[in-house]
Design a protein around this ligand. Structure first.
Ligand code: AMP
Length: 400
């Protein structure tokens, strides 16, 4: 079964073609700088790689280019030959609690949700609309970044604001990075030879965007990102948790407009804001005070979330590190896990230095894993599941 996963961003398209259920990657394409003069595209299949520098004016042209490349390399003649096209959609609001087959009603809902995620959902929707036009007979599936966190209880997702603010404006914690948290949770459970339902975990997605998730018996019960991906951990350019009164002060007293505050919190804060770089590899090599402080701030924030999630969950079977920083920075992991022995975490320093899969000692009550995230594969797997269920419903309807 051939499933294409499309992640359509504001100026880029990431495309991955899987053979399922094996999860083998048949082709990978990245079209960047759509609409700009210097569009650059990368196409990979097997062990071959092609770089294409041709102007890609629109998302439609981007998908057309990918289709041409697939045809030229005899991977797929046309999108209509695919068994399914799966789309990453950032915001599913309260409407989508799992992946769904896309129909007109789903499209309307995703449109409504543009209000909650203007940068992302609009671009995601564009990918869906173009793919539906290109391959109207192929099932299209939407997989939402928020869906994994739809199991959070009310006390986790509500902010302590007047209840009508939630009712009227849907202001609540939604959480993001759901496909990544879900993927690494399942992989860790496989390593422990247990069902996720038998396990409590804290998953730490630490990259340019970072979030922590408290998982109880296989479901998300709390997460650090909130109404938007700005809340929670300190990130590459995002501030994470701050006193919300700061935003008011900046506007009242420091001459900031709404857009200035937005740019400050989302694009100029985090590691970049404190020490001038978003690249942890570079920051770790530096010797200046602010770079050291930025790392300590990041570590401290992660520790605080681990501690609070441990208190919430009561017992924890595994801690899982993932994403660019979580998978690669052994020094940051070591700092985060320092002095956690009292909570049942014993780090195997050598395994940690090697970026091994299991980095806790045998005697450690809580297992600590480093697991490479694979959001595209998780999207393909969830889509396969949707297809399987749809097929079952379809078969059952035939016999009614
Ligand atoms: P992501 O958003 O998941 O791609 O993660 C990007 C972040 O991971 C950046 O801050 C990178 O500097 C960081 N990163 C990637 N590789 C390493 C590494 N080997 N050591 C430390 N940080 C890394």
């Amino acid at each position: 079964m051939k499933i294409a996963v499309i992640n359509s961003g504001s100026s880029s398209i990431k495309f991955q073609l899987f053979s399922m259920p094996e999860g083998e990657i048949l082709a990978h394409a990245l079209v960047e700088k759509i609409g700009e003069t210097g569009s650059k595209s990368i196409f990979e299949y097997g062990d071959k790689k092609r770089e294409i520098t041709t102007a890609v004016k629109t998302h439609h042209d981007g998908l057309k280019l990918i289709n041409t490349l697939l045809r030229e390399h005899h991977i797929v003649e046309h999108f209509s030959e695919l068994d399914a096209i799966a789309h990453r959609v950032v915001h599913g609001g309260e409407s989508f609690k799992s992946a769904v087959l896309i129909d007109d009603a789903v499209i309307e809902k995703i449109k409504e949700l543009i209000l909650l995620a203007p940068l992302h959902n609009g671009a995601n929707l564009e990918g869906i609309l173009i793919s539906r036009k290109k391959a109207p007979n192929v099932p299209q599936i939407a997989v939402f970044d928020t869906a994994f966190h739809s199991t959070m209880p009310k006390e986790a997702y509500l902010y302590a604001l007047p209840y009508e603010v939630y009712e009227k404006h849907k202001i609540r914690r939604y959480g993001f990075h759901g496909t990544s948290h879900s993927y690494v949770m399942k992989e860790a459970a496989k390593e422990m030879k247990k069902s996720p339902k038998e396990l409590n975990m804290i998953t730490l997605h630490l990259g340019n965007g970072s979030s922590a998730c408290a998982i109880q018996n296989g479901i998300s019960v709390d997460t650090s990102m909130g109404f938007t991906p700005l809340e929670g951990l300190m990130m590459g350019t995002r501030c994470g948790d701050i006193d919300p009164a700061i935003t008011l002060y900046l506007q009242r007293e420091a001459g900031f407009g709404v857009d200035d505050v937005d740019a400050l919190l989302n694009k100029r804060s985090g590691l970049l804001g404190v020490c001038g770089s978003i690249d942890l590899r570079e920051i770790e090599k530096r010797d200046d005070e602010l770079s050291k402080t930025a790392i300590e701030m990041m570590v401290r924030r992660v520790k605080k979330y681990i501690g609070s999630y441990m208190a919430l969950l009561g017992s924890v079977d595994a801690l899982v590190f993932t994403a660019g920083i979580g998978e690669n920075s052994h020094t940051l992991r070591a700092k985060i896990l320092q002095n956690l022995e009292v909570l049942g975490v014993e780090l195997d320093e050598e395994a940690n230095r090697q970026n091994a899969l299991l980095i806790s000692k045998k005697s450690s009550k809580i297992k600590v894993f480093v697991i490479k995230t694979d959001e595209e594969l998780e999207i393909a797997r969830q889509s396969e599941e949707v297809l399987r269920k749809t097929q079952i419903i379809y078969q059952a309807e035939k016999y009614i």
